[in-house]
Design a protein around this ligand. Structure first.
Ligand SMILES: Nc1nc2c(ncn2[C@@H]2O[C@H](COP(=O)(O)OP(=O)(O)OP(=O)(O)O)[C@@H](O)[C@H]2O)c(=O)[nH]1
Ligand SMILES: [Mg+2]
Length: 302
């Protein structure tokens, strides 16, 4: 995870050595950092913004006689990254579940995203998280489109001990979601996670279908599930889904297989919506709650 990004920042820090940083001295290392960030899947406008902010904080910075240039540059780098990552208000997933419960509501979450990025497995991971925090949870199979989707979710439900609501293939996905919510209400269950069909952001009828699900369910959270391995593509899709259906935040999957890590930084900055979790494997517990501090500690080595 994040090896490439961490290396980019480390090389930048090591390239600066003088006690007072001038614009000329910074020029080349900043350019290097820019290229290296883009290679690590940080989207160009995001990388440029970061470089710009870094330059503003570093030019003319006088490093005290007894302090280490490396520490000072690292500190500035961390602060700049944190500011960038904090441009989105964080969402506490379990906190939202608790609030819904206190209000006597079923906690409703809809997962959206392109096909294959990890929605179904993430739905199961979220159900596991809720179940282990004593929230009884229903999984709604609103993917009535892809062959095998229902069996896949049912298998997860069986392993987790969560009820799965489904209709026949080809049925209206919004009706499935609605049924799942009614079922939860009728039985006093706490949460519903709606798994939807993977779709391309350009696919209008499917986007309309997604809007219908959201209109019918009125979810507390609509979360975009994006595959970190697809880099800038995940970012592009997150932006498109956000403008098409409106998302509250993202979950970035397959971080365990992604050595670059730039998508995480970009997705927050570009959507101005927080990341709630990182998916880091195929097990139900391979879900890490996200915080800007956690990410910065990993990409700027102490
Ligand atoms: N290594 C790893 N694999 C993951 C992660 N999340 C999902 N996967 C795998 O990615 C593949 C696709 O995941 P799904 O959950 O089926 O993706 P989906 O978005 O529901 O796909 P569609 O239903 O076709 O749209 C599966 O093989 C998952 O096991 C993760 O965090 N790490
Ligand atoms: Mg799926």
């Amino acid at each position: 995870m994040f090896e490439k990004l961490r290396k980019s920042f480390q090389s930048f820090v090591e390239s600066l050595s003088t006690k007072q940083l001038s614009e000329e001295e910074l020029e080349e290392p900043l350019q290097e950092l820019l290229f290296s960030l883009v290679e690590s899947d940080v989207a160009l406008p995001v990388a440029e913004e970061l470089i710009d902010r870094l330059k503003k904080s570093l030019v003319g910075l006088k490093v005290g006689r007894f302090s280490d240039v490396e520490d000072v540059v690292k500190g500035t780098l961390k602060k700049t990254l944190l500011d960038l990552l904090r441009s989105a208000e964080p969402i506490d997933f379990l906190g939202e579940a608790r609030k819904a419960k206190e209000n006597g509501e079923v906690f409703k979450v809809v997962l959206v995203g392109p096909n294959g990025h990890g929605k179904t497995l993430t739905a199961a991971k979220l159900a596991k998280l809720l179940l282990s925090n004593s929230y009884t949870t229903v999984l709604a199979c609103s993917d009535t489109f892809r062959a095998g989707a229902e069996e896949q979710l049912e298998e997860h439900g069986r392993k987790l001990g969560a009820r799965v609501v489904k209709h026949r293939y080809g049925a209206d996905p919004a009706a499935v979601a609605f049924d799942a919510v009614s079922h939860a209400k009728a039985r006093g269950l706490h949460a519903v996670i709606v798994d939807t069909a993977g779709r391309l952001q350009t696919d209008r009828p499917l986007m309309d279908e997604m809007r219908k699900i959201i209109r019918v369910v009125t979810p507390h959270l609509v979360l975009f599930v994006g595959d970190a391995l697809t880099g800038n593509d995940a970012l592009d899709q997150a932006e498109k889904f956000n403008s098409a259906v409106g998302i509250n935040g993202s979950i970035l999957t397959k971080l365990d297989a992604d050595a670059k890590g730039g998508a995480a930084v970009s997705i927050i900055y570009a959507t101005k919506k927080p990341i709630l979790f990182f998916g880091v494997g195929q097990g139900y517990d391979d879900l890490i709650p996200f915080s800007p501090e956690w990410l910065v500690e990993r990409i700027v080595a102490s």
